[in-house]
Design a binder for this molecule. Sequence first.
Ligand SMILES: Cc1cc2nc3c(=O)[nH]c(=O)nc-3n(C[C@H](O)[C@H](O)[C@H](O)COP(=O)(O)OP(=O)(O)OC[C@H]3O[C@@H](n4cnc5c(N)ncnc54)[C@H](O)[C@@H]3O)c2cc1C
Ligand SMILES: NC(=O)c1ccc[n+]([C@@H]2O[C@H](COP(=O)([O-])OP(=O)(O)OC[C@H]3O[C@@H](n4cnc5c(N)ncnc54)[C@H](OP(=O)(O)O)[C@@H]3O)[C@@H](O)[C@H]2O)c1
Length: 545
Amino acid sequence: MNFAPPPQPPALLPESAPFTPEQRAWLNGFFAGLISLEGSAVTPLSPAESAALMPGASAGPQDPAQDAVNDGDDGEAPWHDQTLPLAERMKLAEGRPLRRRLMAAMAQQDCGQCGYNCQDYSDAVARKTEERLNLCVPGGKETARMLKTLHAELGAQPAVVAGAAAPAIKAPPPQAGRSRDNPAVATFLSRTRLNKPGSAKETWHVELDLEGSGIDYVVGDSFGIYPANDPGLADAVLAALAAPADFPIGGRTLREVLIGGVSLGPAPDMLFQLYSYITGGARRHVARALASGENPDGDADTLDVLAAIEKFPGTRPDPEAFIEALDPLQPRLFSIASSPKIDPRRVALTIDAVRYPVGKRTRLGVASTFFADRITPGAKVRAYVQRAQHFALPADPSVPIIMIGPGTGIAPFRAFLYERMATKAPGRNWLFFGHQHSAHDFFYEDELAGMKAARVLTRLTLAWSRDSAEKIYVQDRMRDVGRDLWAWLADGAHVYVCGDAKRMAKDVEAALIEIVAAFGLRSTNDAITFVAELKKNGRYQQDVY
Ligand SMILES: Cc1cc2nc3c(=O)[nH]c(=O)nc-3n(C[C@H](O)[C@H](O)[C@H](O)COP(=O)(O)OP(=O)(O)OC[C@H]3O[C@@H](n4cnc5c(N)ncnc54)[C@H](O)[C@@H]3O)c2cc1C
Ligand SMILES: NC(=O)c1ccc[n+]([C@@H]2O[C@H](COP(=O)([O-])OP(=O)(O)OC[C@H]3O[C@@H](n4cnc5c(N)ncnc54)[C@H](OP(=O)(O)O)[C@@H]3O)[C@@H](O)[C@H]2O)c1
């Protein structure tokens, strides 16, 4: 019997590219699959691009958005603003290539929780190198649903078609502790409450030991941890399911999976879908509506996994199908509050415990209450460092810095101050801190006083929002001292903002624009351009969540 030779992939590599015929054949096949040639205009790779993809070759700088997708998009992202609602972001992205619309569906915080920034996550989904569509934590179910809809446009073809005989080019596995996909093991040391008695807040200074973990970090990085759910909540879920705790699921018990494997937070669409299959009548309609993002009974926002089970009493899903319908338990990030220059084996975090009532039950933030309540000194925790992409001290230690960090936003600035102290950096340091009450919520008060006395902290400006009838926020204090702030900016100061993304970061930026206009003698438009330039030049950096 005669076999026709398999069709040869089109030649994408330039003839001058330094490959053997086998490598060339395989790489041509690889790229043909990667960029899905049908109907699209393809520019052959330059020798530099080709070389960058070969192991051992010197890799030049590459734009990840361009290497596999050549769609002529202008790269502008007007939707990249965390304060815009999803519908508005999608409108701004109308008519743009799919990968850009995928990006608009992300929450635009570049927070790193998914392991990427927004653009890289969307590009990875577009290239089909990332299949998980539920990684955008701040975007929640809204983003996951939009990604699912857009993902359907991607079609069914596999992203990468490697030639059968070709050796696979595999990236070396990342060092443990460097990414969410390969965590290392750290040891919990201690927690100390930062609020004094009488505070409405519950914020903890947490320390972990990195000895033997291989984890290292620099100030500005965030620390990722894999938490465990509250066992009490897992037991309540077991009871509501009327399922045995020791039901085996993939080598673990159902209870173990409920504690350490799946999210018991907002009930995912898949869970409602499951209920729509196993219920009937009006309940099925409700389950279907919930599965498609509707809110038939006005309670959709309050339905965590337990509440979802309780909404369909007497219906008993199979435990395995139930677990499959849940999202995996995701890691959480915390801004690092310590400097490795003081002790590279220790890392400190500043964690606000999330607790809020819904009906008769107090809902617990998984990771924050894991640290506040459940973990004991000596316990091991899976952890990694999420490298900051654009949040770092100036390379020149003499450059002045202005740090604006209300609440837990102080965390990276404690790290910056210790770093500048340890390195004897001559640059001036100005911290704006704010919280509810000066008497209860002045985090790290003694340390900051010590740093002031040691002249590491040049200036400390405080804003207490609930000490007086009128709320005073950090941006109000910034306005009060606008002339000095402008003088620091004119001296080349870098500005850093950390904390709440939704309101504070936007309000602080607006205040800065006002200050630049008033004291830099500019029109509002010119002040907006000035601040945009600061951002572009890395002189206005944010770590917001
Ligand atoms: C880069 C980065 C740095 C961060 N740094 C810090 C830090 O330094 N310190 C810090 O404390 N956190 C920080 N966070 C936030 C942190 O990652 C977690 O999101 C936070 O601790 C809550 O996680 P959790 O698991 O405790 O709560 P989850 O189980 O994730 O629950 C939180 C969810 O509960 C809901 N919720 C919370 N409060 C209420 C309420 N009152 N009413 C109704 N619903 C509510 C919201 O949907 C919220 O998203 C950072 C986040 C990022 C991305
Ligand atoms: N994902 C989560 O569940 C989670 C967990 C922890 C923290 N967070 C968020 O992370 C942020 C930090 O929380 P936190 O506990 O550190 O403190 P926070 O809630 O941000 O409060 C810190 C201070 O900022 C003030 N503030 C409120 N709105 C402001 C605004 N628009 N501009 C400037 N200041 C403002 C607060 O005042 P008032 O409160 O008096 O208005 C308070 O004095 C918050 O957004 C918080 O919701 C989220």
